[in-house]
Structures are given as structure tokens and as C-alpha cells.
Design a protein around this ligand. Sequence first.
Ligand code: AMP
Length: 283
Amino acid sequence: MEIYYNKILLKEKIAEWKAEGKKIGFVPTMGFLHQGHKKLIDESNKYNDVTVVSIFVNPAQFNNESDFINYPKNEESDLEICRLSEVDAVYMPDKEDIYDNGKIPDLQMKIPHLTKSLCATARPGHFEGVLLVISVLFHIVEPTNAYFGKKDYQQYLLIKEFVKYTNFNLVVNVVNTVRDEDGLALSSRNARLTYEQRTFAKNIPIAFQKVQEYLKTGGRNIQAVKRIFITTAITSDKLKLDYLEILDAKTLSSVPEVRGVVLIACAIFFGEVRLIDNIIVRV
Ligand code: AMP
């Protein structure tokens, strides 16, 4: 496994692989890797000749300074996970390698029809930062396939649309959410939870479970779904619901009731730590 800190050297390697006709799989991450990231890597390895993982905590996508500063890091363990997962190249750039002079460029890309809800409204500027870094990374890595997690479902939809509009010659793939034994979606941010917060967090998958049970009995009412979710997941005044939204899973537009393919997505603050999760139901 090669480690690249510099895009010029990585691009040379990519050019070599391209000349050999190799399919390049790409997994962009912010590090502090876990089994969710590993699943993306495994998918990439399955369908490509080589896999590139990037590890870059992108300042442009943080709308909260403290969240950026406290984002967990562990370079050694990340490299070990990549090695064990048979990654071919890890790209670990600094800010200067991604953005000219290390300055976040004054360039904004927006996809308004997919950013009127969820994390787009809860974290202003977040997805502009995501699209910025993704376009830089796609230009460097020139992947055949890129892999994203369903946990960040809105991000996946946006990137898919972005690639369609901008003619990047690659396929955007989505991978199911990997969960802990108790059902909590794995996230690098879980490491920041206190013992008590982690105990509260296990109620998120239980709340989704209860919603699914309600839907199985034929229930379709949005308010009922919200009530069931909130009473199960928000069990303490130490938790703060950032959003709970029920939307058409393809368009992210609002729906009058839970019918068709529907996204139920939440963001919850556990103190400073904000976790997101979602399920997609077909009813
Ligand atoms: P991050 O490092 O959090 O920016 O995530 C990098 C990629 O891994 C994104 O495409 C995420 O959606 C994906 N990812 C994060 N957590 C999970 C998970 N629990 N299961 C599957 N994919 C995940």
C-alpha cells in the first residue's frame, strides 16, 4: 500500500494505472475509519482493480469550528485498517494540497432542488463544502467508481446529481449503513459520546424499529411517525432533536403521508456531538 501526501505523485500513479487499463475505485473519507468505511473499501475492491482511499478532514464543509477542531483523528489506526483492507493507495493531503495556498476557494456549487431540507438547512454551507472537495478529489483520482454510504443519504444523492450535471466520467455507488451490535449507525463521531450519551444513542435504531412496526400495521400518518420516533429516541432533555424529516426518497420533496419510497431521517445532538441516521421504507 502506498501513502501519498502529494497530489502530483498520486496523479502519476493514477496515470500509470489508467495506462494499464485498470479500474479505479475511490472511497473519500474524513478518517477515523471504522467498519462502515471498511464496507465501502470492500465494495470498491470487489468491483475495481485498485482502490484509493482519501483521508481529509475538509474544513470547507464544517459550519461549526468546534466540530472541526474536535473531529476525531487516528492516522496510525486508519492506515492499519486500509492495509488490512488491501487498499492500494491512501491519499492524505493537507489543506494546501487540496486548496490553492490552503485557502478555501471562493467558489460555490449548489443543487437547490436537493438542498431545501435535512443537513442542507441544518448545516448552512455544508454541502457547498462537500461538493467543492469532491470535485477536487475526483479531478485528482479520476475514479471509475466512487463509493458513498447510505448513512449520509442526502450527500449521496447530491453527489450523484453533481456527477450527472458535470459529466464526471464515473459511477457513484451507494453502500448500506453498517451498524453497531445494538443498531446504532457507526460514525467517527460516536467516539466523542460519553457513556451516558452512548446509552441514549441506542434508542435511535429502536425508534426506527418502532416506526417500521407502525408502518407494518398499515399506519401512514406523518405526525404519528414523528410522535413514535421522538418519544422513543428523545428520552432526555440532554438530547436535542435537530431535525426529523419524512421525504420522498428520490426527490427529497415533502410527502403528505408515508407512501411509496420514503426517507425518514434524523439529526440529534448529544451535547456537542451531532449524529445523523435514516431509514428508507417502501410502503
Ligand atoms: P466520513 O468519513 O464520515 O466523511 O464518511 C466517509 C464515507 O463513509 C461517506 O460516504 C459515509 O457515508 C460513509 N459512511 C460513514 N459511516 C458509515 C456507515 N456506518 N456505514 C456505511 N457507510 C458509512
